[in-house]
Unconditional design. Sequence first.
Length: 169
Amino acid sequence: MEIQRIDTYADSRFSECALFQHGCFLVEGKPYEIEIISDFEAVVRGEEKEVYLKIIEEFRFYAPHITKFYNSRGNIIKEYSTVFIKTISLEEIQPSQFYDEEKIFAIQKFVHSANDIIIPVMPYKGRYISLDGHTRLYYAVLNEWKAVRAVVESSDVYIFDFVKEAQKT
């Protein structure tokens, strides 16, 4: 089963909200979307319900703090253990990638305060490496917010190469 994540912000097959949250996928050419509705909940939509669990697993790579998934009728599809969300100073976070100017427009649609930002991070040498959410971090800097919320995760060693590249600029 081929799952393709949609990274554009305009696609008539999906809701604008899910597009801005990067929760849209094509599975065997059919559209599916996950829309975040709270700090830990999301709604899954799409034709074949047998595909939902695969899409949820793919989505959780980018949003591990989402632990409760519903179908469009409000029934629970999948629930994971609650994850601890902590507040971390921006000074403690080392980006591992660059931000994307195009994403700033989309982020403005659903990030209204520092409390709306939840990113996955990995502890490293008394600080944290951001594993995703680099444009959200940049948006926090633009707004002069001092901290964001994060979920502590792990990563493979490849992340250190990305960190070295990010530190060069």
